[in-house]
Write a protein that binds this ligand. Structure first.
Ligand code: PEP
Length: 243
């Protein structure tokens, strides 16, 4: 049987504690059967843990433990019973200068702790315009996943997020997303002969989800802005879960 699609909410550095409490009151009316992953700011993770939701951290440290002020390690995340770690988000790559090597190291630490990984990849607008999308994606995937065996890679999901689509309201056509996802799946088959799950992320909202959800090869969505508004996020989830 095909895997069920998942919806991952990357809430980034948004919402205050009272706002999170309001959010929780709306979402707690539903059961999500492991199809929804909530990734709030690390400070609020305990509000989501142990309530039957799948929960993920937005980033982990590239080090095992020790004197790294402000960082959270993979083992700390696991010890709080988190399910997922988002790794290599374009905002981490851009603002915190995370290289493919750092991304690889973080994946390695997460897998060692048996966390599921959501690896983010995507091209800039300039790379897209100069027809370099596939080249860039191949490099990102290969550098991030080289050296892991198929058992480890089964714990990895890729989120394809064109950087020019994040937070902009612009979304590639369904055909473009379909082709790119198929390309990414082929790359991973070449590395480890497994069928990897690939999510789409970039301006997914309650209005475009029905159209996006017609894409055949898609395994789910990574949602940023719309995941911080409980009602909007619930509408997205409804479409995906009730498909
Ligand atoms: C993201 O940053 O992962 C994202 C998909 O953001 P948005 O949905 O706001 O474009």
């Amino acid at each position: 049987m095909a895997n069920k699609k998942i919806v991952v909410g990357n809430m980034k550095m948004n919402l205050t504690a009272p706002e999170i409490n309001k959010f929780l009151k709306v979402i707690e009316k539903k059961k999500y059967n492991n199809q929804v992953v909530f990734c709030p700011s690390s400070l609020y993770l305990p509000y989501f843990i142990g309530k039957g939701y799948d929960v993920g951290i937005q980033n982990i440290a590239a080090y095992e433990n020790g004197a790294y002020t402000g960082e959270v390690s993979a083992s700390q995340a696991k010890s709080m019973h988190l399910d997922y770690a988002i790794i290599g988000h374009s905002e981490r790559r851009e603002y915190f200068k995370e290289t493919d090597e750092v991304v690889h190291q973080k994946i390695s630490l997460a897998l060692k702790e048996n966390l599921k990984v959501i690896l983010c990849i995507g091209e800039t607008e300039e790379e897209r315009d100069s027809l370099k999308t596939y080249k860039v994606l191949k490099k990102q995937v290969t550098n991030a996943l080289k050296g892991f065996d198929s058992k480890e890679l089964k714990k990895v999901t890729i989120a394809y997020e064109p950087i020019w689509a994040i937070g902009t309201g612009r979304v590639p056509s369904n055909d473009e997303i379909q082709d790119t996802i198929s390309f990414i799946k082929e790359i991973v088959k070449g590395i480890a002969s497994i069928n990897i799950s690939v999510l789409y992320g970039g301006s997914v909202n309650e209005k475009n989800i029905t159209t996006l959800n017609q894409i055949e090869s898609i395994d789910g969505y990574l949602v940023g802005g719309a995941s911080t508004k409980a009602e909007k996020f619930m509408k997205i989830i409804e479409v995906v879960v009730n498909q």
